[in-house]
Ligand binder design. Structure first.
Ligand SMILES: [Mn+2]
Length: 317
């Protein structure tokens, strides 16, 4: 089902009190989209509140309005808009709050999207949800410097600064229009993709030095075990992006990051080059994602988990 963005704009124009939802364990794209929409609507004289069921990663606290995020509560809002969310379960503990609003809409860009609102606009070819939100807010005449900076941050976050194959001519075109608002693009890129804390630097060094290669160097496995988090004072939330250093190695076709998030409970990130489909490998374990980047969850003993991943990769290369 596909709703035109103009119908969602009409819903927003017709409401005074709007809750805007980020997905659980929020990433840069969802946070940026929610803050951009709230900033735009508040500037237009409405009351818009950003809602998320989980804390924001420290690196995104620089985004304008990040401190205004609210946990879901029992307040019934006139309208609700979920952004970058592929299904109701992605809202986590905020799902109930979202459903309590009479008018509901969702904007998303995931291929695996399952509709969960009467108004649903999904563009699987958009590199970031922020790329779509630009057209929503531009259509409403609500893009200013603050909104532009936020949307640019969302696009940079979801494309790894225009590096991923999801990046299109339209992505660059939207970025060009955002740059015209005189935003500090270099500072945003630094904060979203380059900056790291000394603790994360230590984690990265430790984990990469133990990277294992299989199948003549075609498969790389990096592991974030509890002892690695303990030794460096980090957590599973700090693993983002480190896998890029493994998939970038010459000869590596598939890279896995195995992150110990609980007792015999592992969160897996998968990256691939053109000879394999990361989404396909993750789907073998009930996960999903994009063709070059995907994820899934596995439980069991660490070595068994790695064996299962290696077999799935070998079968699909
Ligand atoms: Mn996204």
């Amino acid at each position: 089902m596909r709703t035109e963005l103009s119908a969602i704009a009409d819903m927003l124009r017709g409401a005074k009190d709007i809750a805007v939802y980020a997905h659980t364990n929020p990433d840069g794209d969802t946070i940026a989209c929610v803050l951009a929409v709230c900033s735009a609507l508040n500037a237009a004289g409405k009351r818009a509140v950003p809602v998320c069921d989980s804390p924001l990663p420290e690196k995104y606290l620089f985004m304008k309005g990040a401190e205004t995020f609210m946990l879901p509560d029992k307040t019934v809002h006139e309208a609700a808009l979920a952004l970058d969310s592929s299904g109701l379960s992605r809202l986590g503990g905020a799902g109930k709050s979202f459903l309590s609003a009479k008018k509901r809409a969702v904007i998303d860009h995931h291929r695996s999207h399952e509709t969960f609102a009467p108004l649903d606009h999904t563009e699987p070819d958009a590199a970031a949800c922020a790329e779509i939100v630009y057209f929503l807010l531009d259509g409403m005449g609500l893009v200013g410097k603050e909104v532009a900076g936020l949307l640019f941050a969302g696009i940079v976050a979801d494309t790894g600064c225009f590096q991923y194959s999801s990046t299109t001519a339209r992505t660059h075109d939207v970025a060009r229009k955002l740059l015209a608002f005189d935003i500090d693009a270099a500072d945003i890129v630094y904060r979203v993709v380059r900056r790291l804390t000394p603790a994360v630097f230590a984690l990265k060094n430790r984990v990469l030095s133990k990277c294992r290669f299989f199948e003549d160097g075609k498969i790389a496995v990096i592991s974030f075990l509890r002892e690695d988090f303990a030794a460096t004072g980090t957590s599973p939330a700090d693993t983002e992006g480190i896998i890029a250093s493994a998939i970038d190695v010459d000869g590596v076709e598939v890279a896995f990051a195995v992150s110990e998030v609980g007792d015999k409970d592992y969160k897996i990130s998968v990256r691939s080059k053109e000879n394999a489909d990361a989404g396909d490998i993750a789907a073998a374990f009930g996960g999903g994602g994009h063709i070059r980047a995907a994820g899934c969850r596995l439980s069991g003993f660490y070595e068994d988990v790695v064996d299962k991943l290696l077999k799935a990769a070998r079968d699909r290369m």
